[in-house]
Design a protein around this ligand. Sequence first.
Ligand SMILES: [Zn+2]
Length: 597
Amino acid sequence: MSDRHILTAVAWPYANGPRHIGHVSGFGVPSDVFSRYHRMAGDRVLMVSGTDEHGTPITVAADAEGVTPREIADRNNRVIVGDLQALGLSYDLFTRTTTVNHARVSQEIFLGLLKNGYVFPQTTLGAISPSTGRTLPDRYIEGTCPICGYDGARGDQCDNCGNQLDPTDLINPVSRINGETPRFVESEHYFLDLPAFTRALGDWLATRGSWRPNVLNFSRNLLEDLKPRSYTRDIDWGVPVPLDGWRDRPDKRIYVWFDAVVGYLSASIEWARRSGDPEAWRQWWQTPDSDAYYFMGKDNIVFHAEIWPAQLLGYNGEGDRGGSPGPLGRLNLPTEVVSSEFLTMEGRKFSSSRQVVIYVRDFLARYDADALRYFIAVAGPETQDTDFTWSEFKRRNNDELVAGWGNLVNRTVSLAAKNVGAVPTPGELTDADRALLQATQGAFAPIGELLARNRQKAAATEAMRVVGEANKYLSDQAPWKLKEDPARRDTVLHTALQAVSDCNALLTPFLPHSAQKVHELLGGTGVWSPAPRVDEVTDLDDGSPYPIITGDYDQGQAVWTSRPLPPGTPLSPPTPVFRKLDESIVEEELARLEEGR
Ligand SMILES: [Zn+2]
């Protein structure tokens, strides 16, 4: 293993409902492909996330059902954990924002910012109900978004464009309780002094030239209009503000977005505490040879390229006001904000309320996880908005996975099993044999480089091109016609099996479930590509139970290099690795979409 530490910081899915395939195409699959590649390359990966459980939409859902926000969060946390595990996402820790540990770390960041002068109290306008005189929490105010014009924006955020709002920003604000127009009176809040980071953020972004151009341009544009942002909100569900006179107030909490991004740090600390070495997180956050990659959809760039770096700079004492690092010590800024664009569905925007949606769970009930992972990697919204269509999904699955890669595995292993019963011993190689082995072995370096730079589409496409070369070799050499020349037949089969083994390694980050199967078809034993598991644990501080995703990823045998396949390894007749999809699934799925089921 190298000493290179890589933090894979994966956007926190919001726990107001199950996640759909558009969500996991943004944060989920790309972050897992990246992590699996780096583990295979020998780097020390820490992949963390969890469910984001505070904020207005959870309280609105709880109000609607007449249950507590905690009940909503508990239920959706469990659903999301199950779905992400089933997709094979190899989190070292997938936790949640309602742990005691998370609240403590969030409060520590707030206090560090306060100490260095980067958050300040300010009287602002808060809403009250004119008829009762009582405070109207942000979630009870609705109006038109001043940015995108959406007419269901709430007092803290527009769910349509994702922008953070203040209740006073809304056009025609009304109370959701009784429809009256709220009155705005003075209310005290804390603000993050973003303008004090203009220079530091600009200097940092100036060193980030390798980012995707659209992400970098968007981030640089944000610097032109930095305004103080309220760090606290009028809400009763969230992390308490850790100050005398505020701590016990039921109506003031840290803003959900400002605690959610701290989750990368708090989850790393929780992982370390659970690992038995509570200081282990520091290797990913505080050493100069560590890198941190943040994965998300483009609606979250502002929080990862502006707000979170500003929180880190302020905590470190590296903004215009100076200062010194808080008790945790200096914390590393993101190496890269890896943002995807949006996935649409049959030409329409995903919408749970309009039922233009397919949830991860429903998808995986009908199709294999690797089929979805492959589609997202090779045809997902990496650098531009991309449409998911069932006909294209079926085509990719049938033409590329089944007829391309699966067929290569099946033909090669079944010929060797039938004729030899084991991996054959090769004789002298011909130019054609050497050319194929050079192609497969030579593919590790360029595809690895593409994966390290998160050019996953190009990496998957290149891996499948190599699969195509192997298929062509097999057709050209036609070992089934070499009954009279068993020595040559065995050399061809050995060469083809070695190529299958190499291609399997190249495809493992994308297709971990089928890679394990192919490993076993090649006579391998034990774990090739480790699967995540769900553990039932208790909160380290208050004992309340919850499920986490974790795994023993060091046990995986997959490495990012060609490994010689030992002659004599017994082989059995193969079973198909992928399922061919029937023509009729396209019509069935389109009918489901129309009916909203
Ligand atoms: Zn909006």
